[in-house]
Ligand binder design. Structure first.
Ligand code: GDP
Length: 320
């Protein structure tokens, strides 16, 4: 374990972010990991409030996630979906029986006026998670994917249309009114974090919605804690999901350099250290010319050991 004693703040979308978050949670003393999570993917479906990225974090950190499927819970049953199919109901967004309990319980609490922050904290405690999972904000922020000729709500693009349409841009409805998670802001003001880790999540639809909450990225940049980014693009490819396809459609180079340019252009001075994969080592000098330190490391997280190894590399960067 590194000598980090203060808390660490991770910034995450869903699956890619949760992988590193699990490695960080394993590598830090209990309760020292805080994860600020995207809620731009949240939506109401069949009357339920669904928070896909928060649930990915909850299920991953409590070791309940379905690793094969890549989303949802392990040991899941599908009675509700199968019955709905028989009724010719809405089944494009798959919700397992046990997963549905999370959404039913969360929706009941939201409808009674409780905050997402408290609801998420209670879910985490009930699942035995010692890390702190923070929704990026309380206000509804909804990602719209602008495609050629059409604007699609995020889940319609991502799940219903399986990321098929070519994207031209993104917008985050409600972001101007959003205020960053109060506990994370308090931690930043109190200088509670020894480091800030931007996980290998989709830059456009997982991390941008968080960083574009008014004043948040400047608060992260101006904090004393170094900001480390792990590349979600490895050898010109995304490990999972549409990040590489989106970059190509937006005319951004589909490389770790393209990721670095995105962050350098949108959030000047935010990223102190960019961790790129060993397979991308030749890109290091050009990335460094953007004003970031570059660390080359194995960033593929295929198993728990890989996650812990990458987490340790990232945490140890604070000490050098
Ligand atoms: P989503 O919200 O579930 O789509 O997940 P995220 O936005 O958190 O993560 C998607 C990104 O994670 C993709 O760009 C992947 O390339 C990246 N990713 C997934 N697994 C890994 C991994 O093991 N290593 C690295 N470096 N990136 C990964």
């Amino acid at each position: 374990m590194s000598a980090v004693t203060k808390a660490v703040l991770a910034i995450s979308g869903g699956v890619g972010g949760a992988k590193l978050a699990l490695g960080l949670a394993d590598s830090l003393p209990p309760g020292k990991l805080h994860v600020l999570v995207n809620t731009g993917d949240d939506f109401r479906h069949m009357g339920l409030h669904i928070s896909p990225d928060i649930d990915t974090l909850l299920y991953t950190l409590s070791e309940r996630s379905n690793a094969l499927q890549g989303w949802g819970l392990a040991d899941e049953s599908w009675n509700v979906m199968e019955t709905l199919e028989g009724l010719d109901g809405d089944t494009w967004f798959r919700l397992g029986d046990r997963d549905l309990a999370t959404h039913l319980w969360r929706t009941g609490r939201i409808d009674r006026g409780d905050k997402l922050l408290q609801i998420t904290g209670q879910l985490a405690r009930q699942m035995g998670i010692e890390s702190h999972i923070h929704p990026m904000c309380e206000e509804p922020v909804r990602t719209t994917v602008h495609c050629e000729g059409r604007d699609l709500p995020f889940q319609q693009y991502f799940v219903k249309e399986q990321c098929g349409p070519a994207v031209t841009g993104f917008s985050f409805e409600g972001i101007a009114q959003a205020r960053p998670n109060e506990q994370v802001m308090a931690g930043l003001n109190d200088r509670s974090f020894s480091s800030i880790v931007v996980c290998p999540s989709n830059p456009f639809v997982s991390i941008d919605p968080i960083l574009q909450i008014p004043a948040l990225w400047q608060a992260l940049r101006d904090n004393q804690a170094p900001v480390m980014l792990v590349s979600p693009i490895v050898a010109g490819m995304a490990i999972k999901g549409p990040a590489a396809k989106m970059m190509a459609e937006l005319g951004v180079p589909v490389t770790a350099l393209g990721v670095a340019q995105h962050y350098a252009n949108r959030y000047p001075g935010l990223i102190d250290v960019f961790v790129i994969d060993v397979s991308d080592a030749t890109l290091a000098p050009e990335i460094a010319s953007l004003g970031m330190e570059v660390t080359v490391a194995p960033t593929l997280m295929r198993n728990r050991q890989d996650k812990q190894r990458l987490a340790k590399i990232v945490l140890d960067l604070v000490l050098v």
